[in-house]
Design a protein. Sequence first.
Length: 26
Amino acid sequence: MAATVVLVGGVVWLVVAVGWVQMAGG
């Protein structure tokens, strides 16, 4: 159960990071 939370959190963080980089980098 905890592993699933960590996995989902990591995926969300990855999506946010990619979106932020694209927005910052144009």
